[in-house]
Design a binder for this molecule. Structure first.
Ligand code: PLP
Length: 411
């Protein structure tokens, strides 16, 4: 199988598997136990915390382990909004192109308190046709709602198109107004160098070179399985200055998230962070895969009549691994089934909404017409994708589109 669906999940790297195995075989004890065996498991958890913190350039004490990014998103939004007490209804400024996990929690929080929400008003910051937010509109909304803003929630990179948001500029605005800024960085972390604005590096040593200056973010989520760790461990970075109401009560994770830690998955997340850190130190790996992605995209756009890209074309404006292409006249689900028969795994928008025939709300919010959105496919590469896989993927995609168009299976 040629796997071009890495924004859905990635293969665990050798280091992550090894780290998990050591914990399952040797450090299977409870990290909260005071005995020596428990403390050895605790050390594995704390080593992983240090590795996550190092990848972000933050202090280990500001990292809380969760089961996945979705849980970290829930903790951040509910945790902040249930304590936000502005005069009048609290406002969340977000976008219509967030991952479903963010869209859903914002909607849940907009319900009245008796229905599980906090009565929040959710305002969407406009995005252009590349899926980039309009900073002018963000300024307008920040001014219009001034004292009522509970939080700003904007992703770093989009899971369907790879589009980057101007997180540095958003962070500056939030910092200047003392507004809480949450960033869903699930698709960014492990793929791009990151430096969160901290008074000083907690590690005396060399920092991973970043393409951007340090950015101001109050809370950020990540997920191990998106960058060669295991499913079952994610993390929330939350600056200790942020008041956060825990959603799962218990003594673990300094009271921010109860429940015995999933030591093997957490150790694997730490190993995946160390491996990603090494890989990111030198930009050549990213350039190699971006070249492959560009070759896949250019060849398909050239060979397949009517095909066009959703999202920005420039390398700097999107993730190096993602390409989203519309094949008008084809139904995405039919294409994916044909690809799969021929040994190619790709996706139509977010994995969690596959099985649904609705066009991607993210593409619709970017102004993509419904016919194109119905026939749009996301190809997402990994740091291990090869030249040969791209050659074969091009052949499979071009022949499947032709076959479906000939058979007249139209959207
Ligand atoms: N946010 C984004 C941008 C994602 O792409 C995903 C997963 O696809 C999530 C959140 C949810 O991640 P998890 O599977 O760790 O819950």
């Amino acid at each position: 199988m040629i796997h071009l669906d890495h924004n859905a999940t990635t293969q665990p790297c050798g280091e992550a598997i090894e780290a998990a195995e050591v914990c399952m075989r040797e450090h299977w004890h409870n990290p909260s136990s005071v005995h020596r065996a428990g403390q050895a498991a605790r050390q594995e958890v704390e080593r992983a915390r240090g590795s996550v913190a190092e990848l972000l350039g933050v202090k280990p004490r500001d990292i809380t382990f969760t089961s996945c990014a979705t849980e970290a998103i829930d903790l951040a939004h509910r945790g902040v909004m249930s304590l936000a007490a502005p005069a009048g209804r609290p406002v969340i400024l977000t976008t219509a192109i967030e991952h479903e996990a963010v869209r859903d929690i914002c909607e849940a929080l907009s319900k009245p308190p008796g229905e599980g929400g906090v009565g929040a008003e959710v305002e969407h910051i406009r995005v252009d046709q590349t899926g980039t937010i309009d900073l002018g509109h963000l300024d307008e909304l920040l001014n219009a709602h001034a004292d009522r803003i509970g939080m700003v929630s904007v992703q770093w990179a989009n899971n369907e198109t790879g589009t980057h948001q101007p997180v540095g500029a958003i962070g500056q605005r939030c910092k200047a107004r003392e507004v809480v800024f949450f960033c869903d960085a699930t698709q960014w972390i492990g793929k791009m160098p990151t430096q969160i604005d901290q008074p000083r590096s907690p590690f005396g040593g060399e920092r991973i070179a970043t393409d951007n200056d340090a950015v101001h973010i109050d809370l950020l989520c990540l997920s191990g399985h998106k960058f060669h760790g295991l499913k079952g461990a994610g993390a929330l970075f939350a600056s200790r200055t942020i008041r956060l109401r825990p959603q799962v009560l218990g003594a673990q994770e300094k009271g921010r998230r109860g429940g015995t830690e999933a030591v093997p998955a957490i150790a694997a997340l730490g190993a995946a962070c160390r491996r990603a850190g090494e890989w990111l130190r030198d930009g050549s790996g990213r350039d190699r895969v971006a070249d492959l992605r560009d070759r896949l995209e250019h060849t398909l756009l050239e060979r397949v009549e009517g095909a066009h890209r959703n999202g920005p074309g420039e390398r700097d404006a999107r993730l190096w691994n993602t390409s989203n292409i519309a094949f008008p006249g084809c139904e995405a689900e039919a294409l994916l089934l044909q690809f799969s028969e021929r040994g190619l795994a790709a996706s139509a928008g977010a994995a969690c909404s596959s099985g649904s025939l609705d066009p991607s709300p993210v593409l619709l919010a970017m102004g993509v017409d419904p016919v194109s959105a119905h026939g749009s496919i996301r190809f997402s590469l990994s740091r291990d994708t090869t030249d040969d896989e791209i050659d074969r993927a091009i052949e499979i995609v071009t022949s499947c589109v032709e076959r479906i168009r000939r058979a007249g299976v139209s959207a």
